[in-house]
Design a protein around this ligand. Structure first.
Ligand code: SF4
Length: 412
């Protein structure tokens, strides 16, 4: 057991100006790595490996071919080689708290178990004071609050500006990661502002970064069936493009296992990769499967653990320009998340504290993890834990006595 990291958040982290993508020369690292037999004996995977070394990426056809490879272990090995070539045996996490602002939503996406109508007995909307009150007990243990919510029928930008400026005033050390693309679109419309103006105002009130939620699958014919009325694929990309132009970092996500095809998933990854080529503003990609409890999508195909891990591994092979791939344990559970950490993912949810969206749909992942729990979970995969800040510019290696401190790739 590691010692309980009392007052952990106040301990200094190393700051670096190095790129957040790990080793810059990851392709030459990849070239010099021993190739596991499961990879070398499979022509699809050796072709993908050669392409990664030569071009840094695989194309659409190669990704589709890898999806069809039966030997799961071989796909994991290749994805893990790429992860190791970039980050060695390091896994990143942060100390965060999820606080949802409201579950009242004017939309009713069929995959969503979280939203409520305004008159529902479980509907809630946090006042600014209640929001601060939720953060208060965690404030000396976290350095990020992650806040998303429904599309509230009456709130305008004034509410969120007050929320962020009050949170910044009271907890200046806490990074605010908040609002999905559709919330931003909704807020802009309700406030008679452009997306650009909305983001500018929110940013100057204290919004530091934007999570990736709401991407679902960036194929409009699928969106029309699972989340009609939500932003279109191009609107999702445009809102993130605007954020990147304003210097606001964002994450991106993919919800899979509803009614999409493998081709749709690859289209989704291609669109994210194209935008990243243009803006370089995505920090982390978070793929997660649909959870069905209390949703209205009986025709969903659902995703097995095999499918989840295969999708995470292929994301690592496709997204050469989005540095971090997250094992979203709130959705896939701690055990599958551990497998993901040896199948291409380099990042895992933080302490989280409280989570409603996935838990409303059936997640049973324990909440309120201590740093010790996370470190144990990571070290069980024979890798080392790196605490990071929200924008991957400061790091602390946990238990450096167990690991080579100079193996931090981001300090090279
Ligand atoms: S996914 Fe978001 S936008 Fe859709 S119903 Fe749920 S809360 Fe509303």
């Amino acid at each position: 057991m590691v010692e309980l990291l009392e007052g952990f958040v106040n301990r200094p982290m190393l700051e670096t100006t190095a790129p957040l993508g790990g080793h810059k020369d990851w392709r030459s690292n990849l070239k010099s790595m021993p190739i596991p037999e499961s990879v070398s004996s499979n022509s699809v995977l050796t072709e993908a490996l050669e392409s990664l070394i030569e071009n840094g990426r695989i194309n659409r056809k190669q990704a589709l071919d890898v999806y069809q490879v039966a030997d799961l272990n071989a796909i994991f090995s290749l994805a893990n080689m790429v992860k190791q070539s970039r980050f060695d045996n390091q896994i990143f996490f942060n100390q965060n708290l999820h606080v949802n602002t409201t579950n009242i939503c004017v939309l009713a996406c069929r995959f969503c178990a979280f939203r409520k109508g305004p008159r529902h007995s479980d509907a809630y909307e946090l006042s600014v004071e209640e929001y601060l009150h939720r953060i208060e007990p965690y404030s000396d243990k976290i350095d990020e609050v992650h806040s998303v919510g429904g599309l509230h029928p009456t709130w305008t930008i004034d509410h969120y500006q007050k929320l962020y400026s009050s949170a910044k005033k009271k907890f200046p050390h806490i990074h605010i990661k908040s609002l999905t693309a559709v919330e931003i679109k909704h807020l802009a419309k309700r406030s008679n502002l452009s997306v650009h103006e909305t983001l500018q105002k929110l940013h100057s009130s204290g919004l530091d970064s934007i999570p990736g939620g709401g991407a679902e699958i960036l194929v409009d014919k699928i969106r029309d069936r699972i989340c009609r009325g939500k932003e279109t694929s191009s609107e999702y990309l445009e809102i993130h493009r605007e954020a990147h132009k304003l210097g606001i970092p964002t994450n991106c996500t993919m919800l899979f296992g509803t009614i999409e095809s493998i081709e749709d998933r690859i289209t989704h990854l291609e669109l994210l990769r194209e935008l990243q080529d243009e803006t370089n503003g995505f920090q982390c990609f978070v793929p997660y499967p649909f959870l069905p409890d209390y949703t209205r999508l009986p025709e969903a195909q659902l995703a097995t653990s095999n499918e989840i891990l295969r999708t995470i591994a292929i994301s690592r092979l496709m997204l050469d320009n989005i540095p971090h791939i997250k094992a979203y344990r709130m959705n896939i559970g701690d055990y599958v998340a551990q497998m993901a950490l040896v199948s291409g993912a380099d990042d895992i949810d933080g302490t989280v504290g409280h989570e409603e969206i996935m838990h409303s749909a059936g997640s049973t992942t324990p909440l309120d993890s201590q740093v010790d729990d996370l470190v144990n979970l990571i070290e069980d995969t024979n890798q080392c834990s790196i605490r990071r800040n929200s924008i991957y510019s400061k790091f602390e290696m946990i238990r450096p006595q167990k690991h080579e401190i100079n193996s931090l790739p981001l300090l090279n």
